[in-house]
Design a protein. Structure first.
Length: 345
């Protein structure tokens, strides 16, 4: 099982200066590259300081000049916000600039906060439909002389300019949760990204079962790869692990608040959640974080990761966005690289 880093600029206070946050993100990415990680992933989000990533291809092109070894992936671009011709061309140009290190992850998107600002009226059904229409169109544009007559886009014969360096095209990944998304991804020969979020190991196993069922339904397609994205923290001791559980509890309370899109937002920051509100949240708790996520000393994290590896996952992506200080993120990543990854070499 390979290891990768999933990272964004993460702004939790007006005191956080964005240029400094970017430099800190770069340092974490350089640690991942020098530490032997397989890839770095960053996503697309808009108007949310919680996750600052307006165009992941920009970040990845910059990282290509600052790293030597890692693959560089979008985790993910939001399909409804891209015209197929625009995404095919920009991704191909990025692949050329990156010397063929691009992996293109695509999703339907999740935040109604973004939908209502960029495509008012968009719902999850049509967002999923756009993703399903976008992926074959991109592959057609990269092949060239492609005409599209779809539900969401129509255009005459077109060829992507440029074409990607990787031939026939860069690896495409689909963010999947429900069985239909797994089936679509596998039918298209795409790799799959999954995340159990804050849920227990049973969800990790269930996501793999959905992927295996999709593979079984399409025996004509060579088995794609599957990557799991999950939070964790490699702690120096028990007290450090307990602190990480509290921090990730707070992170998921904010994650949930952004998702339901009912809390006031000012200057890109959501209204602060009180300790009482966190304590009353029906889904998250520090204990749930401690039990379900990869939190613990190196031996405990290795034990949890071995269970994930045994299910057949090809890649574990360490989701480092957490609300933690940069110093704690850096120290936890260092222990992951030095004390955990060698057990999977």
């Amino acid at each position: 099982m390979k290891f990768s880093l999933f990272v964004h600029m993460e702004r939790v206070s007006t005191a956080d200066e964005e240029p400094r946050l970017y430099e800190e993100m770069l340092e974490l990415c350089q640690m991942a590259d020098e530490g032997g990680m397989h890839a770095i992933w960053t996503g697309e989000h808009h108007a949310m300081s919680f996750t600052i990533a307006p165009n992941p291809l920009l970040n990845l092109v910059d990282l290509a000049r600052r790293t030597k070894n890692v693959r560089l992936g979008t985790g993910t671009v939001i399909a409804p916000f891209w015209h197929p011709i625009k995404l095919a061309g920009e991704a191909a140009m990025a692949d050329i600039i990156m010397d063929g290190r691009l992996d293109l992850g695509i999703a339907r998107g999740a935040y109604s906060y973004e939908y209502e600002r960029i495509m008012p009226g968009l719902d999850a059904w049509n967002a999923g439909g756009r993703m399903r229409e976008l992926i074959p169109a991109i592959k057609g544009l990269w092949a060239g002389d492609y005409t599209h007559e779809g539900q969401y886009w129509q255009f005459p014969k077109t060829t992507s300019a440029p074409k990607p360096l990787q031939q026939p095209f860069p690896p495409i990944w689909v963010a999947a949760r429900d069985p239909n998304s797994h089936d679509f991804a596998v039918s298209q020969g795409c790799n799959v990204q999954v995340t159990p979020l804050h849920l227990p190991h049973d969800e990790v196993a269930s996501l793999m079962e959905r992927f295996n069922a999709a593979c079984a339904a399409h025996p004509e397609v060579p088995r794609p790869k599957i990557m799991i994205l999950q939070h964790g923290y490699v702690a120096k001791d028990a007290a450090d692990a307990d602190l990480a559980a509290e921090e990730l509890n707070a992170f998921y309370c904010y994650f949930g608040a952004w998702f339901v899109n009912k809390r006031p937002v000012t200057q890109g920051l959501i209204e602060a959640i009180t300790p009482e509100e966190m304590g009353a949240h029906p889904f998250y708790s520090a204990k749930a974080m401690r039990d379900n996520l990869l939190i613990g000393d190196a031996a405990e994290v290795i034990e949890k990761l071995k269970k994930i590896e045994a299910l057949g996952y090809d890649e574990f992506s360490f989701w480092i966005d957490s609300g933690m200080s940069f110093q704690r993120k850096r120290d936890g990543l260092r222990r992951l690289i030095d004390d955990v990854m060698p057990a999977f070499a």
